[in-house]
Design a protein around this ligand. Structure first.
Ligand SMILES: C[S@@+](CC[C@H](N)C(=O)[O-])C[C@H]1O[C@@H](n2cnc3c(N)ncnc32)[C@H](O)[C@@H]1O
Length: 270
């Protein structure tokens, strides 16, 4: 369900982070992702709905190598590059993991804003922020990031979100982000990338599958999740991302984290 169907209106809804206890939990207190554990007759395209929101923290932590380090880097970079009285955006915030890093480390008078078009994610994020006593620290908006206003931004995070945006909308989105950023502002973009050489792509895919096996996912879970993401998560190459970042206007860009095909780019508006 997205914001349009939930009746959830965009404005200043506040949300924050995790640690609510659910029935089936991981040792860290999050509900275990068993969404694809049972055989399905047919696998529907992946959606960020209530079922996914309920297990999302566990799902992303066990599926994305390097995720924890990327979150730490978002905090470090926010501490270094957020600008006084500016805004820090977490676009496609899900349960607010990156927004929480921004809130924790950005300059104290920064306005931290998390945007997501899944009402299930935004509602859960809001509950968690409230439980943490941080509801007034992060503004949550249930909104399409393609339509969202971005202004006065010193930090913009797109942590594994752009890959779910229609290809033709990606350049306009990056252009808009660039236009809404202050000089010296930083974009942090994380994506699953594809490799241009098929043999290397095969190798990286196989290593990722092994990683997921080591994280406790069964062959059936891995196969069904892959099938659900097939036409939903559209990966591009590292070079395509660097070219798009450059076309948007960013004067400098580099890779700050890479684990298999999971890559974080840092781009600066010079
Ligand atoms: C992989 S999750 C992001 C994870 C999150 N950034 C983190 O670091 O934990 C992708 C998120 O992007 C959101 N999303 C996808 N398309 C969107 C759009 N057009 N506007 C707003 N949010 C969108 C999804 O609802 C989902 O919550």
């Amino acid at each position: 369900m997205d914001c349009r169907t939930s009746g959830y209106n965009s404005p200043a809804n506040i949300v924050a982070g995790p640690k609510l206890m659910n029935h089936k939990q991981t040792t860290s207190g999050y509900k275990t992702d068993t969404l694809y554990a049972k055989s399905r007759k047919s696998v529907a395209p992946f959606e960020f709905d209530q079922q996914v929101a309920d297990v999302f923290q566990d799902m992303i932590s066990r599926s994305v190598p390097g995720y924890a380090l990327t979150l730490k880097l978002i905090g470090q970079i926010a501490a270094e590059y957020s600008q006084t009285s500016s805004s820090c955006f977490d676009l496609g915030c899900s349960l607010g993991a990156s927004a929480l890093k921004l809130q924790q480390y950005a300059a104290k008078d920064c306005n931290v804003i998390g945007i997501d078009n899944s009402s299930a994610m935004i509602d859960k994020c809001q509950q968690q922020l409230t439980a943490l006593g941080l509801a007034d620290q992060i503004t949550l908006r249930c909104e399409d990031i393609n339509k969202a206003a971005i202004a006065n931004a010193s930090i913009v995070v797109l942590n594994y979100t752009l890959q779910f945006i229609e290809k033709s909308a990606r350049q306009p989105l990056l252009n808009k982000i660039y236009q809404g950023m202050l000089k010296g502002g930083v974009l942090l973009l994380s994506e699953k990338v594809s490799h241009p050489h098929s043999e290397t792509e095969k190798l990286l895919t196989e290593l990722h599958l092994n990683y997921k096996r080591q994280q406790g996912y069964s062959e059936m879970e891995i196969a069904q999740k892959r099938s659900s993401l097939e036409y939903v998560l559209i990966a591009e190459t590292q070079q395509q991302h660097l070219d798009r970042i450059s076309s948007a206007g960013f004067g400098r860009a580099t890779i700050i984290n890479k684990a298999l095909n999971f890559t974080t780019f840092m781009a600066t508006k010079t």
